[in-house]
Design a protein around this ligand. Structure first.
Ligand SMILES: *Cc1c(COP(=O)(O)O)cnc(C)c1O
Length: 390
C-alpha cells in the first residue's frame, strides 16, 4: 500500500463544515432536528438519524482515509456489519471466512436461520479464491484475522469477487487505514469496529463502513437511515478527536508489539508466538507486501490452558479485558472471552487454541511490558517444575 494520504488533516484546512467561528475543533451538533426553510423546503439536514453535521464530518474523514467514495458511522462494529449483511437478499449467498470475529459469526448464523440468506463458511486465507467465492453475492473476510493474524491475499480475492459478481467486504479492524487500505487492492467495502484502534482509548463503541463506489455507498446510507443504528453526535466527535492521533498511536504501539513478540519468541519455552512481524509467521511476506505494519496485537500458546489462565492473572501491567487497540495494554484468553460467542455449530472450525493468550499492546514502555511477561512466565514455569526457582 502507499503511504500517501495517511496524514490527511482534520481541521480548518480540511474544510470543517459550516462553523461561523472557524473553530479548530469540529462543533458537536447535539440536536435531533434542524429547522426547515418552509413546510415543503428541506435544508441540507432535517433529522439527525438521516444526517448530522458532526457525524458527517467523521464519515467524510473516514472515507478519505480509506480511499472510498463515502462512509457511514454506526453505533458499534456489529451494527456496521449488520448493515453490510443487509445488502444481501434472502436466497442470495454470503461466503464468510471461518475465522471471523465471534460476534460476526453469530450475526451471520442468525441471518441464515431467520432470513433465508445462504451462508457458506470457508477458508479464505489458504483456500483458492476463485472456487471459494463462486456463487457469492457478498464475501466477508478479516485482514488481519483474529487471534492468529492470518493475512488473506486481498488482490486475489478482489479479482475473484469481480469475476463472480460479488462484493468483497474486508473487516479491517486489526489494521486501521493507517496500516492497510483494502480499497487499494480492489475491496468494495471496508468495515471497522472503531471501538478498537480508531477510538484507541476503550471509551466508546462505534462502527464504520466505507464503500468504494457511489452506488454501494447510496445503498448503505439508505440502510443506515432506515435501520437507524447511527453513531450519536458526541461519540462521533470523540472518535474524530481520537483519530487525530491514530498515526502516532499505531506506530508506537505496533513497534512495541513487535518487540514483545521477538522477546517471547526468543524464550524458546512457548509452543508458538503469533505476530506477522516475525519471519516464522506463515503470512509474514504476504502481509508485508500489502500493509505498512503488523499491528498492535499478538498472541502466544503456552501449551497448557491452565498455565495460560494463571499467567494472565499474574500480569500486572495488562488488564484482563476483551477488545484491543487501546492505549492501555490488555491480556485475554480468547477461548474463554472474545470467542465465547462463536455458535456451537462452528466451534469445530472457528475456535482458537485453548491455551492461546492474546496481548493488545498499548503505549507503555516495551521494557516494562516484557519484564512483566518474563516475570509471570518464569513464575508459572517454576510452579510447574520446569525451571529453577526465580
Ligand atoms: C470487536 C470487533 C467487531 C465488533 O465490533 P463492536 O464494536 O464490538 O460491535 C467486529 N470485527 C472485529 C474484527 C472486531 O474485533
Amino acid at each position: 500500500m502507499t503511504a500517501v494520504g495517511r496524514h490527511t488533516a482534520l481541521g480548518l484546512a480540511a474544510g470543517l463544515r459550516g462553523d461561523p467561528w472557524r473553530a479548530s475543533s469540529p462543533p458537536i451538533y447535539q440536536t435531533a432536528t434542524f429547522e426547515q426553510e418552509s413546510a415543503s423546503g428541506f435544508g441540507e439536514f432535517d433529522y439527525a438519524r438521516s444526517g448530522n453535521p458532526t457525524r458527517e464530518t467523521l464519515e467524510r474523514h473516514c472515507a478519505r482515509l480509506e480511499g472510498a467514495h463515502a462512509a457511514c458511522a454506526f453505533a458499534s462494529g456489529v451494527a456496521a456489519m449488520t448493515a453490510v449483511a443487509r445488502l444481501v437478499r434472502s436466497g442470495e449467498r454470503i461466503v464468510a471466512h471461518t475465522g471471523l470475529y465471534g460476534g460476526t459469526q453469530r450475526l451471520l448464523a442468525r441471518l441464515a436461520d431467520e432470513r433465508g440468506v445462504e451462508v457458506v463458511w470457508t477458508d479464505l486465507v489458504d483456500g483458492d479464491p476463485a472456487s471459494a467465492v463462486c456463487g457469492a453475492r457478498l464475501v466477508l473476510v478479516e485482514s488481519l484475522t483474529n487471534p492468529l493474524w492470518r493475512a488473506p491475499d486481498l488482490r486475489a480475492l478482489a479479482r475473484a469477487c469481480d469475476a463472480a459478481g460479488a462484493w468483497l467486504a474486508v473487516d479491517s479492524t486489526a489494521m486501521s487505514p493507517w496500516l492497510q487500505r483494502p480499497t487499494e487492492f480492489g475491496a468494495h467495502l471496508v468495515v471497522h469496529s472503531a471501538t478498537k484502534l480508531l477510538a484507541g482509548h476503550a471509551d466508546l463503541t462505534a462502527g464504520i463502513v466505507a464503500a468504494r463506489d457511489a452506488a454501494l455507498a447510496e445503498r448503505l446510507a439508505f440502510i443506515q437511515n432506515s435501520e437507524g443504528a447511527v453513531l450519536p453526535p458526541f461519540d462521533s466527535w470523540l472518535l474524530l478527536r481520537s483519530m487525530r492521533t491514530l498515526g502516532v498511536r499505531v506506530a508506537r504501539q505496533q513497534a512495541t508489539a513487535a518487540e514483545v513478540a521477538r522477546a517471547l519468541a526468543a524464550r524458546g519455552d512457548l509452543v508458538a508466538v503469533h505476530h506477522p512481524s516475525l519471519a516464522t509467521h506463515p503470512d509474514h511476506a504476504r502481509h508485508a507486501a500489502q500493509s505498512l505494519g503488523a499491528g498492535v496485537v499478538l498472541s502466544f500458546e503456552t501449551g497448557d490452558e491452565s498455565r495460560s489462565l494463571a499467567l494472565v492473572e499474574r500480569l500486572e501491567r495488562f488488564a484482563i479485558a476483551v477488545s484491543f487497540g487501546s492505549v492501555d495494554s490488555t491480556a485475554s484468553v480468547p477461548c474463554r472471552m472474545s470467542h465465547a460467542s462463536v455458535p456451537a455449530s462452528l466451534r469445530h472450525v472457528a475456535m482458537p487454541p485453548r491455551d492461546l493468550v492474546r496481548l493488545s499492546i498499548g503505549l507503555e514502555d516495551a521494557a516494562d511490558l516484557i519484564a512483566d511477561l518474563e516475570e509471570a512466565l518464569g513464575v508459572e514455569a517454576w510452579r510447574r517444575g520446569s525451571a529453577s526457582r526465580p
